[in-house]
Each structure stands twice: as structure tokens, then as C-alpha cells.
Design a protein around this ligand. Structure first.
Ligand code: HEM
Length: 413
């Protein structure tokens, strides 16, 4: 029997891949007694779950909420009952149709000039310094400003957005390691976040503009296509889903370059390879680690009988390292063209995928053109302590080639 005590510990944030490998081989569908959740790690099983929403529901059942600290439930009922990502058809289909319009390839192409302008400004500021924090100076601000402008909220408040969404994500920790102070802060943060967006929505009802928030309000007031609650949860979801994840794509991409120094000169010589590089980054270090589903009925998965209402932790990060689909999964290979599951699959496939690909491409084009060489400041990497997202808190770099051997990859604070 596999020992599961180390599964939800900080060591796993740094390097979960050996643990995933053992799970895939020995217990691909395994219930973790301390949290009651079943972890699913093989590509084929993950794929099967994501393509069958009629069997594996996205709705957040009481069973999942029981896994969390009850004090964190405040305000979550609304998120759970009306947020796109937590809905099943037919409500999911109705909401998804509305939001799809904002993220069509044509709509995204129209954003290119602005994303380029912002990336240039941020990279110019980096190019003037000898040392910089890749996260703080580029990976965090770029997606936050883009999604704020798209929604029509003031990007000057981005430090608050970042804090609110960090806290929202922290609230999804399942390891029970949160202090009372942390829980109080998370709850307060959520209240502020909700109040801020409620005020913005009120304002748009009186004075609609030509931003996404106004479009959502119009769908509510003119077409009755959204409820007031749905407008709010959609705005919160876009704000959170649209920034932390892309931040991690950019940060994890730079880690990939630092750990594989042969890739950087290839990308500099041929920037057209940046999209292929980003797809491999998405596979190699998936910004979203785990999705959650609940069985609607008893079902057999990977040879294991699951009861109705079983809560599944669907580990896309582990599926992306399944050697039956990705030979030598630990190897970083920009020629791979991986069919990764980092944006999910099926009806919930990430609506923001074209936007994050655009932001990632332009951020790397500008960074590699203007800061052609950079190296790690000594010190361990500090990963965000989340089981849902995989990314760094900080990434201090200095311009110029490496002066010494890089610090141990994957080490954590
Ligand atoms: C690298 C960046 C990103 C990654 C890795 C990512 C990943 C994902 C994944 C895995 C899902 C599926 C969730 C599920 O099946 O339960 C998802 C859904 C979603 N994503 Fe993203 N995402 C990224 C960027 C974005 C951006 C930039 C936006 C918006 C501006 C966004 C908005 C959404 C929304 C609204 C959903 C829910 C879709 C639905 O339920 O139908 N994401 N994302």
C-alpha cells in the first residue's frame, strides 16, 4: 500500500514528479484518507473524466466543501452555485456561450498591439536594471493589467487584485496547515474582492461602457441571459483565472530556460519557435495542477470502483508526465508538440487559452530580444504553496550570463 502522508506536504510543491510516477504505476486512482479525495494521475483516466461531464460533474458538492476548513466556506456557496467553472450543462452551456464571444481568435488578435505595448514597457524597465524579479517585474503585472483593462477595472489597483486572488487561491489549500490569522485574512480578502466588484457592476448598470464587464451587465439587464449573481461570479472568475495562471506560464517558462541553457540561443535565433516552447512549458510544468470533479453515479475508473459523490482530484500535471503519452516525460523538448491537458479538455476547456498564449508569446519575444542573457540569483526557488496552481512566488534574476553553476533545480524554501 502506498504511503499517502507525504502527498500534501510542502516537499510536494518543489518536485511532485517522482510521487506522481509512483502513483501512476502503483495506484493510479487512489483515495487519500486524510482528505477523502481520490487522486487520478494517468493521462487516459484524466482524459476520460474531462470528456464525460455527464458522469463527472464540475459542480462543487458539499462533499468537497467538507474537505476544507468550514470558516472558508463563507461566500463560497455563491461561487459554487453560479461560477462557470463549477457548472454543468445546461447552465454551463448558457454562460459559456456568452463569455466565448470575448475570447474568439479575432477578439484576441485585436488585443495584440496593447499586449505588445505593455510587454515593451515592462521589459524596458527590466532592461534598465542589473537585477530584477521576473515575477514582480513581468510575470505578475502583464496578465493582471491585460485582464483588468479587458474587464474595464482600474489596473492601478492591481496590487490589491493580486492580493485578493492570491488569498482566494490560498483558500483552496487542502492540507489543513493554515493558521487562524491566515484564515481571517483570506475571509476578509474575499469580502473586499466581492465588494469591489459589486461596486463596479453597480456603476456599469448606471453607466455602461465598452468593456467586458459592461457586456456582462448588458447580458443581465437587456437580455436576461445572466442573473446578477452570475455577473459577479463571472467577473471574479475571469479576474482570478486570467492572471495567476498566465503569471505561472511566464515564470515556469523562464525556469525552463534556466534549467535548459541550450534552448535560449535557439529561441533567440528563431523567435518563431516561442509558441512551440510555450506548449512544452505548459506540459512540463503545468500552471494548473489539479481540477476537481465529483462522480454523479457509481463508476469504474482505471479498474477502481468509485461510489456516487466521490470527489476526484484530477491531476493534469501528473497526466502531462505520463510516459505512455510523453516518452521521457522529464525531458524538456520544444519539438514535442505535446497534446497536454494543461488547459483542460472538453466543455470546460480554458476559455482564456488564446489570450494566455498571446501574452506568453509576446512576453518572451520582448524579453529575449531586450534581455538576451540572464541568470539566477543564488538561493532556493520558492513555490506558491497551492495544490491547484504551480508557480513561483519570486524569481530573482540578474542580467548577463551565469557566473557560477545554477542552484539545484526544483529546490524549495
Ligand atoms: C496559462 C494560462 C492558463 C491556464 C494553464 C489555464 C487553465 C485552465 C484549465 C485547466 C481550465 C479547465 C477547468 C476545468 O476543467 O475544471 C480553465 C478554465 C477556464 N479558464 Fe483558464 N487557464 C489559463 C488562462 C486563462 C485566462 C487568461 C483566462 C481569462 C482571461 C482564463 C479563463 C478561464 C475560464 C473562464 C475557465 C472556465 C471555462 C469553463 O468552465 O467553461 N484562463 N483554465
Amino acid at each position: 500500500m502506498l504511503d499517502t502522508t507525504h502527498l500534501f506536504t510542502p516537499a510536494m510543491f518543489a518536485d511532485p514528479y517522482p510521487i506522481y510516477a509512483r502513483l501512476r504505476e502503483q495506484a493510479p486512482v487512489l483515495q487519500v484518507p486524510q482528505i477523502g479525495m481520490w487522486l487520478v494521475t494517468r493521462y487516459d483516466d484524466v482524459h476520460q473524466i474531462l470528456k464525460a461531464p455527464d458522469v463527472f460533474s464540475s459542480s462543487r458538492t458539499p462533499a468537497l466543501e467538507k474537505l476544507r476548513d468550514p470558516r472558508l466556506s463563507e461566500g463560497m456557496e455563491m461561487m459554487a452555485s453560479s461560477s462557470l467553472v463549477a457548472l454543468d450543462p445546461p447552465d454551463h452551456t448558457r454562460l459559456r456561450r456568452l463569455v466565448n464571444v470575448a475570447f474568439t481568435p479575432r477578439a484576441i488578435t485585436r488585443l495584440e498591439a496593447r499586449v505588445r505595448e505593455l510587454s515593451c514597457e515592462l521589459v524596458d524597465a527590466i532592461a534598465r536594471k542589473n537585477s530584477f524579479d521576473l515575477m514582480e517585474d513581468l510575470a505578475v503585472p502583464l496578465p493582471v493589467i491585460v485582464i483588468s483593462e479587458l474587464l474595464g477595472v482600474d489596473p492601478a489597483r492591481r496590487a490589491e487584485f493580486k492580493r485578493w486572488s492570491d488569498d482566494l487561491i490560498l483558500g483552496s489549500r487542502l492540507d489543513g496547515r493554515m493558521s487562524d490569522a491566515e484564515i481571517d485574512r483570506i475571509v476578509a480578502s474575499r469580502r473586499e474582492f466581492v465588494r469591489f466588484f459589486q461596486a463596479m457592476i453597480e456603476h456599469r448598470r448606471r453607466e455602461p461602457g465598452d468593456d467586458l464587464l459592461s457586456d456582462l451587465v448588458r447580458a443581465e439587464t437587456e437580455r436576461d441571459a445572466l442573473s446578477p449573481e452570475e455577473v459577479l461570479t463571472m467577473a471574479l472568475l475571469l479576474m482570478v483565472a486570467g492572471n495567476e495562471t498566465t503569471t505561472n506560464l511566464i515564470g515556469n517558462g523562464v525556469i525552463a530556460l534556466l534549467e535548459h541553457p541550450e534552448v535560449l540561443p535557439r529561441l533567440r535565433a528563431e523567435p518563431a519557435r516561442i509558441p512551440a516552447f510555450l506548449e512544452e512549458v505548459l506540459r512540463w510544468r503545468s500552471p494548473v495542477v489539479m481540477l476537481v470533479r465529483t462522480t454523479r453515479r457509481a463508476v469504474t475508473l482505471g479498474g477502481v470502483d468509485l461510489p456516487k459523490d466521490a470527489v476526484l482530484g484530477v491531476l493534469v500535471d501528473a497526466a502531462n508526465h505520463d510516459p505512455t503519452h510523453f516518452p521521457e516525460p522529464g525531458r524538456f523538448d520544444i519539438e514535442r508538440q505535446p497534446a497536454h491537458l494543461s488547459f483542460g479538455y472538453g466543455i470546460h476547456f480554458c476559455v482564456g487559452a488564446p489570450l494566455s498564449r498571446l501574452e506568453g508569446r509576446i512576453a518572451f519575444e520582448e524579453l529575449l530580444a531586450r534581455v538576451p542573457e540572464f541568470s539566477r540569483e543564488p538561493g532556493p526557488l520558492e513555490w506558491t504553496p497551492s495544490f491547484n496552481l504551480r508557480g513561483l512566488k519570486r524569481l530573482p534574476l540578474r542580467r548577463g550570463p551565469s557566473l557560477s553553476a545554477p542552484a539545484t533545480p526544483g529546490s524549495t524554501a
